[in-house]
Design a protein around this ligand. Structure first.
Ligand code: NAD
Ligand code: DAU
Length: 359
């Protein structure tokens, strides 16, 4: 088979963004996908259930840090690209227990890079030139912005503030070094906050939707004036496909929504949409459930992305506005209550107790 027709390997493809990426890819592209995922608490094979029995998709349960498993998979599948979404991704969890973040985000990425390098070194020249290692990262590596200052550009220095952000920054540096030193054909993307279907309800938007519907408090950390730059997940996935197709080797591309919002405003918008779509039985607005709780330690005040490079160089821009994306997201959660019920059992309740009980 021609190398261009070989599968792509998507790590972390059973998580929120990875699953959206795999689903969108298989719906719109011709080449197959192999998904590798450890299935931590955040990974859910149900997110990929559309492809059960479809020859274009294979799911493999493995850890990106398991060198023997990854080497064997690369030798068998011969992917034309690796898209690395696999990570521990929740800032609050990184504050309560940073070790998993070091293990997966730093050591795991290092081992995956070494496996990729060994595989790539053994390819024919034309295949080596076509191969890509795309590393999916975050805007949090750049630290926190003061109000009114310019959004993050790719040339901003790294100033990560949480254990999560520091571990992602370390992984970005490793990816850069594997290109500079060994010539591995890498590209890194640094994206802002995503929202949309299949997001685990530990993150702000799905947590607030879920808590609103089950009558729980909507916890706002501190004054709620922290700002995030929200991007609909489908737009992030389209950006990653664009970078994979046209991005320049060794470069980093910032991806964002040109959509800065304060947390309290986001929560109020969710309440207002739910008031319209699924009003409370007592006629009172969901805003009544908003509760201010103790702030996140080291909480970054503002993130904002200058996505000018990917727009001008590669022609990508988001399609969804925050209004259309948020409405779609809320409808997805209303239509998929069974999915939410399945993921909020067991360990999830322990997490809520750990993170919120003492606030
Ligand atoms: P997520 O936590 O929903 O999913 C992570 C997935 O990785 C899960 O399926 C999990 O099982 C898997 N995984 C974890 N450790 C693994 C390991 N050692 N080996 C194999 N698989 C493993 O995360 P997400 O929100 O989908 O984020 C995906 C990627 O995008 C991450 O790298 C994250 O840093 C980055 N990112 C996320 C956002 C966001 O807003 N969510 C924004 C920018 C960048
Ligand atoms: O910026 C990109 C990053 O966005 C990704 O790299 C991370 O993987 C992703 O989790 C996200 O990080 P945040 O910490 O910004 O997302 P989170 O949804 O956890 O929180 C969004 C904001 O809402 C943040 O300012 C903290 C606040 N918050 C969050 C929760 C869970 C609350 O006020 N209350 C809450 O209960």
């Amino acid at each position: 088979m021609e190398f261009a027709q070989q599968p792509i390997l998507v790590t972390g493809g059973a998580g929120f963004i990875g699953a959206n990426f795999v689903n969108d890819w298989l719906a719109g592209e011709n080449t197959p996908v192999v998904t590798l995922d450890k299935l931590t608490y955040a990974g859910n094979p149900d997110n990929l259930s559309d492809w059960r029995g479809d020859a274009r998709h294979e799911f493999v349960r493995a850890d990106i840090g398991d060198v023997a498993a990854v080497n064997a998979l690369l030798a068998r599948v011969r992917p034309r690209a690796i898209v690395n979404f696999a990570a521990e991704s929740h800032v609050d969890r990184s504050i309560h227990g940073p070790e998993d973040f070091i293990t997966t985000n730093i050591v795991g990425t290092f081992r995956l890079l070494e496996c990729a390098r060994a595989y790539w070194s053994g390819l024919a020249d034309a295949e080596q030139a076509a191969f890509r290692f795309l590393h999916v990262s975050t805007d949090e590596v750049y630290g926190s912005l003061q109000p009114g200052t310019a959004p993050f550009r790719e040339i901003n220095p790294f100033e990560p503030n949480s254990p999560y952000a520091a571990s992602k920054a370390a992984s970005d540096h490793l990816v850069r070094a594997w290109h500079h030193t060994y010539g591995l054909p890498v590209i890194t993307t640094n994206c802002s906050n995503n929202y949309g279907p299949y997001q685990f309800p530990e993150k702000l938007i799905p947590l607030v939707i879920h808590h609103a519907l089950v009558g729980k408090a909507l916890p706002i950390y501190g004054d709620g004036r922290q700002v995030r730059d929200w991007l609909y997940v489908g737009d992030h996935c389209a950006a990653v496909r664009t970078v994979l197709r046209k991005g320049r080797l060794g470069e980093t591309y910032n991806i964002g929504g040109w959509n800065e919002q304060a947390n309290i405003d986001v929560v109020h918008m969710i309440c207002d949409l739910l008031d319209a779509e699924r009003p409370r039985g007592d006629g009172i607005s969901y805003r009544d459930q908003v509760t201010h709780v103790a702030d996140r330690p080291g909480h970054d005040r503002r993130y904002a992305i200058d996505a000018g490079k990917i727009f001008h160089e590669l022609g990508w821009k988001p399609r969804e506005s925050f209004a259309t994306g948020l409405r779609k997201t809320i409808r997805w959660y209303l239509d998929n209550v069974a999915w939410v019920e399945r993921v909020v059992s067991g360990d999830y309740r322990d997490w809520l107790a750990q993170n919120y009980a003492a606030r």
